[in-house]
Design a protein around this ligand. Structure first.
Ligand code: C2E
Ligand code: MG
Ligand code: MG
Length: 711
């Protein structure tokens, strides 16, 4: 329980002090009263003693030997008269006269109303023998004196006064005069004490108010100013120091908190946004997609996803450097974002892959239009340092209904559709349909059977001859064939890219190289002229640092003269990791192998690199050869390539020759070697060994008769 007076130290201390003062005053008063009583009794005793002595002296004549023996009446009268003098003393209760044996002879009863006979008798009997002195008992003062005559004891005189009233009256008077003084002193003391306390404890009160205010305002920059050196000011100073510590801790805390918040923001940004383009990243878009899919499912609506990647981005990165590649990605992000409307979401999944979730484009017409807008937007080149860079996009579109509203299926369907676009010729878009899943499953099956194909000897190498303008065979290209146990014959054009994606290329290349080494002696035996067996390398082979050693060891193992070998590589594969490829090909070339650049004309638009790479032969791609009859542009490109190769002292081989007209045109332009179904399809070793080492090259006239190429 809280006593209100103790709510503040000041009032508690004052209350204790006042209580102490009161108790102390009461004690003093009590002691004073005691002292007063004894003094009062002393003084009254002295008065009574004097009176008793006077009366006893006055009684002496009546107690002379003679008078006592005569027992005369005049004595009695004399005693009575003497006793009656006591009437002047109204406080005398009674007086007794005794003989020497303490037998009462006379008695005087005073005017006091309380002197009734019984009390007088009781008090008289209480004294049995004379004490010869004054004493106080039960509120009565007694005085006993001897009555002598001629020096001899004749009797006693007792006088009793009633003292109690008198004493209490005197005490009351004493108290009545003392109490006001005491009260005055106490009040004064309390006031002084309270004042001193207030002064001493004022900083404490201020401190209490100050801490309450700080608790409320949380302003820890405030300080309490007090003067003095007592404990309270020390306490105030300590509290000030404590608040200063809290303030600095708070500042540190605030700084750390804001740092944490900033870090949190950065983490969220890093976790959800692509640092290069500032677009939402895979994590963010996948989360959003999940939410959007469940929302669309609830609302019974469809949702469209557009997935695209950049055509030839890898080449840009490799030839112009990653800095330019990054710029392209940033500009692509900007260009795509500018095409979007409110609510559309563009995200970068990684590399050159982007994803668009259009907000409303669920109708066929709308998203077809949107895909076209996207493709159109990329027809404008990106310009860096005065260089125009054309970057195309291949788009895959998938719909939530086709993916059963499953996020992974939706993305994977868009991916499948996007690869369709790439295969169909870049810069196109494809909308996913369920038949594409079949293709996907087939791809998966192929990918999963490659290892088994190597161990189960399902692969076979076919050789396609290359013919010089004289007609004699100058080489054989090894082309892989695969009789799949379930899918039947699978073309390398289909399984090589899948093997590349699955990282299976090194084992395939190793297998083909070894096969060619094994077959070489037989081929050499059949074809006595100089020729080269060419093996196709993929871009993935060139990333294999052990390839040179492997080939070198293989040639040693099979005792192969490297001058019988050629390696074919596409220009994009060569340039993909230029430094490593160049080093590898220079070593290969030094060993005696030839190198030819396959499918020339299909990849790069820049020809500047041709002077820097170590190759012997340029292979003009089949698409130019086959379009010679129909396309003026193809004829021009082919003519230019041949001319260029001649200037660079390179051998030219044209592939995909199917008719004499192509041969005639190519030879007229100075083409060195010819390869195609016209001479022979790729053949298994057994069939190859049946082949004549020399082909007839169709003459001009015969050519003219068969078809005419407008050149
Ligand atoms: P490539 O190296 O450009 O091979 C030439 C392709 O053209 C071969 O297709 C060949 O059969 C085909 N061809 C040759 N003459 C004619 C013709 O007159 N008309 C037509 N229409 N086609 C002709 P194939 O064998 O289907 O190989 C396709 C591609 O697969 C090859 O293109 C090569 O890039 C790759 N490839 C084949 N075998 C291997 C291999 O062992 N390793 C690697 N890495 N790639 C290989
Ligand atoms: Mg080839
Ligand atoms: Mg080729």
């Amino acid at each position: 329980m809280r006593i209100p007076v103790f709510r503040t130290i000041r009032s508690a201390l004052a209350a204790v002090a006042i209580a102490f003062a009161i108790v102390f005053s009461a004690l003093i008063l009590y002691l004073t009263a005691q002292r007063h009583e004894s003094l009062f009794i002393q003084s009254s005793s002295a008065d009574l003693s004097a009176l008793a002595r006077n009366i006893s002296t006055d009684l002496e004549p009546f107690f002379s030997e003679r008078n006592v023996s005569e027992e005369n009446l005049s004595n009695e009268f004399g005693v009575t008269t003497t006793l009656l003098r006591l009437e002047a003393y109204e406080r005398v209760m009674f007086a007794n006269v005794y003989d020497r044996d303490f037998t009462q002879l006379y008695q005087y009863i005073g005017q006091d109303g309380r002197a009734d006979k019984q009390t007088v008798a009781r008090l008289s009997q209480s004294i049995n023998e004379p004490p010869l002195t004054e004493f106080y008992a039960d509120g009565y003062l007694f005085s006993v004196k001897q009555i002598t005559s001629g020096g001899a004891l004749q009797g006693y005189f007792l006088i009793v006064t009633h003292m109690a009233d008198q004493l209490s009256q005197s005490q009351q008077e004493l108290i009545a005069t003392t109490i006001p003084t005491i009260i005055f002193v106490i009040v004064l003391m309390a006031l002084v004490y309270y004042g001193v306390l207030s002064k001493q404890l004022a900083p404490l009160a201020k401190l209490s108010e100050f801490t309450r205010r700080i608790q409320f305002t949380k302003d820890y920059s405030e300080r309490l100013k007090v003067s003095g050196h007592n404990e309270t000011t020390q306490l105030v100073n300590s509290v000030n120091k404590m608040i200063a510590t809290i303030e600095s801790e708070l500042t540190i805390n605030r700084e750390q908190t804001s740092k944490l918040i900033e870090q949190q923001r950065t983490m969220t940004r890093l976790a959800n946004y692509d640092s290069l383009t500032g677009l939402p990243n895979r994590q963010f878009v996948m989360d959003t997609l999940k939410l959007e899919l469940s929302r669309a499912l609830r609302a019974e609506q469809d949702l469209v996803l557009m997935f695209f990647d950049l055509d030839g981005f890898k080449n840009i990165n490799d030839s112009l450097g990653h800095e330019t590649g990054d710029k392209v990605l940033i500009d692509v992000a900007g260009r795509v974002s500018s095409l979007m409307r409110d609510g559309d979401l563009v995200a970068r999944l990684g590399g050159d892959e982007f994803l668009v979730i259009p907000a409303r484009e669920t109708s066929e017409q709308n998203f077809h239009r949107m895909a076209q807008r996207l493709i159109e937007a990329f027809k404008e080149p990106f310009c860096y340092n005065g260089l125009d860079l054309y970057v195309g996009v291949s788009i895959g579109i998938s719909k939530a209904v086709d993916a059963n509203f499953d996020v992974n299926d939706l993305v994977s369907n868009a991916d499948i559709a996007m690869y369709r676009s790439k295969a169909a010729g870049k810069g196109t878009y494809t909308v996913f349909d369920s038949t594409m899943n079949e293709d996907h499953r087939r791809k998966l099956m192929i990918a999963n059977s490659i290892n088994a194909a190597i161990t189960n000897d399902e692969f076979k190498v076919h050789y396609q001859p290359k013919v010089a303008h004289s007609g004699s065979i100058v080489g054989f290209e090894t082309l892989l064939r695969w009789a799949h146990p379930v899918l039947g014959d699978v073309s390398p054009a289909e399984f090589i890219p899948i093997a590349e994606q699955g990282g299976k290329i090194p084992s395939i290349t190793a297998w083909v190289l070894e096969r060619a080494c094994i077959d070489l002696p037989e081929i050499k035996q059949h074809f006595s002229q100089r020729f080269r067996v060419s093996v196709n390398l993929s871009a993935f082979d060139l990333r294999n640092a052990n390839l040179f050693d492997f080939i070198h060891d293989l040639f040693e193992q099979y005792n192969v003269d490297p001058r019988f070998f050629e390696l074919e590589v596409t220009e994009s594969a060569y340039l993909e990791s230029f430094t490593a490829s160049d080093k590898f090909f220079r070593r290969i070339s030094n060993m005696g192998c030839a190198i030819s650049l396959d499918d020339f004309g299909t990849g790069y638009s820049s020809l500047g690199y041709l002077t820097q790479i170590s190759i012997d032969t340029l292979k003009i791609d089949r698409q130019f050869v086959q379009a010679l009859e129909t396309s003026e542009r193809s004829r021009m490109v082919t003519g230019t390539i041949i001319d260029l190769a001649k200037r660079l002292n390179l051998t030219i081989c044209a592939e995909g020759i199917e008719n004499p007209a192509q041969i005639e045109y190519l030879l007229s332009q100075g083409c060195d070697h010819l390869q195609g179904f016209f001479f022979s399809k790729p053949l298994p070793i057994e069939a190859l060994l049946q082949l004549s080492p020399h082909f007839d090259i169709p003459s001009d006239e015969a050519n003219q008769n068969q078809l005419s190429i407008p050149y």
